[in-house]
Design a protein around this ligand. Structure first.
Ligand SMILES: Cc1ncc(COP(=O)(O)O)c(C=O)c1O
Length: 405
């Protein structure tokens, strides 16, 4: 997915070809970008025993799951629905881990019935899991007391976070596991999402590796996801080769001291799919107040909630014709009946827009469609995958009549 001379290309197609065929609003993804991001991360890690478990929540489209399976990924699933989506996309049970929070016994029974490894998020869950499935393998999700992320809502480590077993309570967790003859085969953490400062990730790696020394039967350590991608022009991508090199050295040294070559797992979601996707929409209204010029489009936070939920920046590109040189400050707003439904947080300088122009809201492949809803009783759009010159519908647009049944 590239913007060249103010024109958007997805694979080898010009965005206008997609709009002509599918109209807007529509999500479009570039197959090559997903594969490239997967390989870039996998290749950066020279430690021999590493697996990438794609965090399906970022984008659960079955074709996207299949692409990542073809590349060699496993799956981080956070609900029975995501387990089913992964199994339907051809993942084997041993390629899936179930990492949920506030987990009910029914959900654990479901995972057990599908032979999926359960990652306990609390001592309560661990005890209940032990009752349901004694003498089995289990993983513990720890809260390493440090967190990071692009917004408070996505920081998942530290004393304010609901996630994981507090790192100071691991003795208690070991006792509960022993009482049920559970074999703790893995330790897991995930400190947050949208991390662009690799040092923050590394600090948490130190914490889990220190904790891991007290567990003698480990087969793997899972560092979670969280690797960020740049959204706004002022953000810099993580230097993934440097990250991989540094980490691989740490992992090799740890395994040597531990006495066996452990498996290390990473669970990226956003890093793999965010840059593969765009939400295309059409300007249908231009209006003004004394303070702002407003540009209304045929989509809203029901399709892409990140700006509304986190104040997130998404690049917006005019793709209907070459951008003119003239620019002006506008607020791009959606068709949902709430004032927070804006795609620019405040004014943004964009090429002068008119009704009928088509826009691409970029970097929308992660937490876009997967967080979409039917709010305001509006259908969700189609999802289109471009592979080279070929475009395929990988999810049909919802129809109002189906929604209302
Ligand atoms: C347990 C777990 N792993 C991985 C991820 C993926 O995060 P990201 O998309 O930032 O890589 C999440 C996201 O919330 C998560 O909760």
């Amino acid at each position: 997915m590239n913007v060249i001379n103010n024109q958007l290309y997805i694979g080898e197609l010009h965005a206008s070809e997609i709009v002509k065929r599918f109209r807007t609003p529509v999500y479009v993804y570039d197959d090559d970008v997903i594969r490239h991001k997967y390989r870039e991360l996998a290749d950066s890690l020279s430690y021999p025993n590493v697996k990438i478990f794609y965090a399906a929540k970022a984008n659960t489209n079955s074709r996207i799951l299949e692409i990542l399976r073809e590349e060699g990924a496993g799956i981080d699933a956070v609900s029975p629905g995501e387990i089913m989506a992964a199994l339907n996309a051809g993942f084997k049970p041993n390629q899936i881990m179930f990492t949920a929070t506030a987990v009910s016994d029914e959900e654990m029974k479901f995972a057990i019935s599908k032979k999926i490894l359960v990652n306990a998020d609390s001592i309560s869950q661990l005890g209940r899991y032990g009752e349901l499935n004694p003498n089995s393998d289990v993983c513990l999700r720890i809260n390493p007391a440090v967190g990071a992320g692009h917004h408070d809502h996505v920081i998942t480590g530290g004393p304010d976070s609901k996630f994981g077993i507090w790192v100071g309570d691991l003795e208690q967790a070991i006792a509960v596991a022993q009482a049920h003859k559970l074999n703790i085969v893995g330790l897991h953490q995930h400190i947050g999402s949208g991390i662009l400062d690799a040092n923050k990730f590394m600090n948490a790696v130190d914490v889990i590796l220190a904790a891991a020394k007290n567990f003698r039967n480990l087969k793997f350590i899972d560092f979670g996801g969280g690797l960020g991608v740049p959204y706004s022009p002022d953000q810099k991508p993580i230097d993934i080769n440097e990250f991989g090199k540094k980490l691989s050295g740490i992992l090799a040294a740890f395994s040597k001291n531990y006495g066996k070559e452990l498996l290390f797992i990473f669970e990226p979601g956003r890093y793999l799919v965010a840059e593969s996707g765009a939400l295309l929409c059409t300007v249908n209204t231009i209006k003004k107040t004394p303070k702002h010029k407003f540009v209304g489009v045929d989509t809203g936070f029901n399709h892409l909630i990140r700006p509304m939920a986190y104040g997130s920046y998404h690049p917006i590109v005019k793709i209907s014709d070459a951008e003119g040189a003239e620019k002006e400050k506008v607020v791009v707003y959606g068709n949902i009946c709430e004032s927070g439904d804006v795609f620019t947080i405040g004014d943004r300088e964009l090429p002068v827009l008119k009704e009928g122009d088509v826009l691409a809201i970029m970097v929308a492949g992660a937490y876009g469609y997967s967080m979409a809803s039917n709010y305001n009783t509006r259908p969700r759009p189609a999802e289109i995958l471009v592979s080279g010159k070929k475009m395929s519908v990988i999810r049909d647009a919802e129809k109002l009549k189906d929604m209302l049944e």
